[in-house]
Design a protein around this ligand. Structure first.
Ligand code: NAP
Length: 344
């Protein structure tokens, strides 16, 4: 039987997706290029990982412009992306060949990283992909943090989530329900996503922002106003919800995906005066700032996942060559729940 290391030795190619040009407006697949490169030498303190699955996240789009939001992909370089994989060679006694690990592997088929950038996963708790989804920092832990720590969800709240059928949104609404919200309303694009939210994830109701007037429909569904809004989208959707906030509402800015294709001309909310008028608050957060809460959040999410109270939908596309198309799919909303890409 071939060892994992032996398998790797016979295949000395690292297939990479690199950034060819900064996107001008909407991201195009031609902004990327696929190249084959050598796998580097494993030196003291480093670990070579076979990338099994990459997480396709909205933040990836923000790294592609020069001067990105979090960090920037370099022209000719790989694209930042989180992943799960298998150790194939290790020069750190803390990691053994065959260990399942997670880390910032980027858009490539093998990642050679300092061991401090890796975390060993216990796949008896959940399958490896769950550590990118429900238990992942940029997905489930973000949903939990935004609803519980930042939004301070309370029993009886009416909660609204935008981008509700995506990775963060599909979990945020469920966390709100599990935290005691009496009404959870999702906003997503298309009748099929409305059905998914209500029938599969247990949202109270959902609004199709592509075909319905969000402001009017929300006034019907939440006549006493929205207590907590978890916003993934920004732009017109944020404005429509602001018109419907209750007194003392909390508006949590998790992200603004509607703006990511045009970061040089971000549009702020025009209805922000509803915040002082209704004695409300608007708070942004970045998950990195809640590192001290990650273990607690992960433990709670793990319990809900195990008990079946939390439903997850994972959509896994295939092949590193499809990284550009899969990022495009994320921005176009062509997926349900957590979008990922299988590399090996
Ligand atoms: N604060 C943090 O630390 C943190 C961490 C992780 C993620 N985030 C944020 O969380 C949000 C969701 O990220 P994700 O990775 O989970 O992606 P995702 O929600 O799985 O995918 C993005 C979704 O955005 C929707 N969308 C795209 N363009 C839109 C537009 N113009 N108007 C309305 N909806 C639009 C699409 O759904 P439809 O089909 O419904 O249009 C798509 O499914 C992003 O804003 C991201 O930046 C924040």
């Amino acid at each position: 039987m071939k060892s994992i290391k032996g398998e790797m030795m016979s295949q000395q190619v690292n297939r990479k997706v690199i950034l060819k040009s900064h996107p001008q407006g909407a991201l195009k697949e031609s902004d990327f290029e696929i190249v084959d490169d050598e796998i580097g030498e494993v030196t003291a303190g480093s670990v070579l990982v076979r990338v099994d699955v990459l997480s396709i996240d909205a933040f990836i789009r923000t790294t592609l412009d020069g001067g990105g939001f979090h960090t920037s992909a370099q022209l000719g370089g790989v694209i930042p992306a989180l992943g799960v994989g298998t150790v194939v060679e290790s020069a750190d006694p803390g990691f053994a060949v065959g260990d399942t690990v997670t880390g910032p592997f980027c858009s490539q088929s093998y990642a050679l990283l300092p061991s401090v950038m890796l975390r060993k996963l216990d796949t008896s708790i959940a399958p490896a992909t769950a550590f990118l989804g429900a238990l992942g920092m940029a997905t489930g832990l973000t949903s939990y943090t935004g609803i519980v720590y930042v939004g301070k969800a309370k029993p009886g709240d009416t909660v609204v989530v935008s981008g509700a059928a995506g990775a963060v949104g599909s979990i945020a609404g469920q966390v709100a329900r599990l935290a005691g919200a009496s009404t959870v309303i999702g906003i997503a694009g298309g009748k099929h996503k409305v059905d998914f939210l209500v029938n599969e994830l247990g949202y109270t109701a959902a609004i199709d922002y592509r075909n319905e007037n969000v402001e009017k429909r929300l006034a019907e569904l939440a006549p006493n106003g929205v207590n907590l809004f978890f916003d993934n989208v920004g732009g017109e959707v944020l404005d429509a919800v602001l018109m419907n906030i209750a007194e003392e509402a909390r508006v949590v800015l998790c992200g603004a995906v509607s703006q990511y294709e045009n970061m040089a001309d971000v549009r702020g909310p025009k209805n922000y005066l509803k915040i002082p008028e209704r004695n409300a608050s608007m708070l942004g957060f970045t998950i990195f700032h809640y590192a001290h809460k990650h273990a607690e959040a992960e433990a709670q999410m793990g319990k809900w996942l195990k008990s079946g109270e939390l439903k997850v939908r994972e959509q896994i596309e295939e092949g590193i060559e499809n990284f550009p198309a899969t990022v495009r799919m994320l921005l176009d909303g062509g997926h349900y729940g957590k979008l990922m890409l299988r590399v090996h």
